[in-house]
Design a binder for this molecule. Structure first.
Ligand SMILES: NC(=O)c1ccc[n+]([C@@H]2O[C@H](COP(=O)([O-])OP(=O)(O)OC[C@H]3O[C@@H](n4cnc5c(N)ncnc54)[C@H](O)[C@@H]3O)[C@@H](O)[C@H]2O)c1
Length: 330
């Protein structure tokens, strides 16, 4: 499978490193409007360079297009790549608005579409998260009673000054929720299931050069009776690892500091830990490789699961519901 990475900024190199490790995939091309970035990739992986997305789509040797561009380009690039007969790996978020997401979902699920689209929600594939899923499926843990998800990260003015598209409703589609914490919302929904109702509050409290939210709290009422609390901020002094806590009737698990624990009355029992990250930030996790490998296996006709747009729908819906609830959109 010949891959082309579109957008070689912060996350593009993580895709390149992963593609390079997948047996049935090879990094055939890179496409970036920034010469220097595209050339950096070409120098390292000896791949073809494109500066125009349209021109790249005409290359019939490209099978899979990895969309690693700013949020506002996701829906249009994904649609155009699928319509050009390419399979797509789409970085999160799926889109910057509910209407854009629905348009893409409709096309992906239509008869006209002959290709596959994988959404990069790689934290589902972290070792601890996969282990937790396996434990829950194979053990009598009882009903899920409650879950909490916390994300406390540092995103300062310098971070937002890096790129023009960040921190604006029109190009990022939001802030903390749609970008930094979409993975935590995804993990809560992955374990908690459908959200029946919620209360939420989002704020722009601290980071001076942005329009979007940097702090959020959500109380979620899941259809299965569980209650969830999501608490997150981009205003902290460093990037703390995620904390996800799941309380069942008969067992209690905590994912913290990249480790999974079974919580007892007096002690916490260590179960497993995530793989350390070699390329990219530790908080991105090492799931990109697992996701890309599974997707390529699925494209090769093997029985391999990947997160498609329908799997990602409830997570994105939650994000848009919270924004609508806050009535903060421009
Ligand atoms: N899954 C994760 O954990 C994770 C982590 C980081 C970023 N991301 C996502 O990856 C995407 C990119 O984020 P980033 O931090 O790498 O951004 P970035 O700004 O660092 O990189 C984006 C790249 O896209 C290029 N680009 C812009 N317009 C283009 C166009 N029309 N054609 C080709 N290239 C174009 C830019 O030149 C830049 O090199 C975002 O959607 C972000 O949310 C995901």
């Amino acid at each position: 499978m010949n891959a082309c990475i579109v957008g070689y900024g912060a996350i593009g190199p993580v895709h390149a490193n992963a593609i390079n490790q997948v047996d049935n995939a090879s990094l055939y091309a890179v496409c970036d409007i920034d010469n220097e970035r595209a050339n950096k990739c070409a120098d390292e992986y000896h791949c073809k360079v494109y500066h125009s997305f349209d021109e790249m789509l005409q290359d019939s040797d490209i099978d899979v297009v990895h969309i690693c561009t700013p949020h506002y380009l996701h829906k249009e690039m994904a649609l155009r790549a699928l319509k050009a007969g390419k399979d797509v790996v789409l970085e999160k978020p799926v889109a910057i608005s509910r209407a854009d997401m629905d348009e893409l979902v409709e096309f992906v699920n239509s008869k006209e579409n002959k290709n596959k689209l994988c959404v990069m929600l790689q934290n589902r594939r972290n070792i601890c998260i996969e282990k937790l899923k396996e434990i829950i499926l194979n053990n009598d843990v009882g009903k899920l009673k409650g879950l909490t998800g916390s994300v406390f990260w540092k995103r300062d003015e310098a971070y937002y000054n890096q790129d023009e598209w960040r921190g604006k409703w029109s190009t990022e589609g939001g802030g903390l929720l749609i970008n930094q914490t979409v993975h935590m919302i995804d993990m809560m929904i992955y374990f908690g299931g459908k959200v029946m109702d919620f209360k939420s509050d989002i704020n722009h409290w601290y980071i001076s050069n942005i329009e979007v939210e940097d702090h959020a709290q959500v109380l979620m009422f899941f259809e299965n009776g569980a209650r969830g609390i999501f608490n997150a901020s981009n205003c902290y002094v460093t990037d703390e690892p995620y904390i996800l806590d799941l309380l069942f009737e008969k067992a209690h698990y905590r994912y913290a500091d990249h480790c999974l624990y079974k919580i007892g009355e007096k002690v916490a029992e260590f179960i497993t830990s995530d793989q350390s990250v070699k390329v990219g930030k530790s908080y991105w996790g090492s799931g990109h490789l697992t996701v890309i490998r599974s997707f390529c296996d699925s494209l090769a006709g093997k029985d391999a699961h990947y997160t498609d747009i329908n799997d990602a729908y409830d997570t994105m819906k939650m994000v848009f519901d919270i924004y609508d609830n806050a009535e903060r959109r421009a």
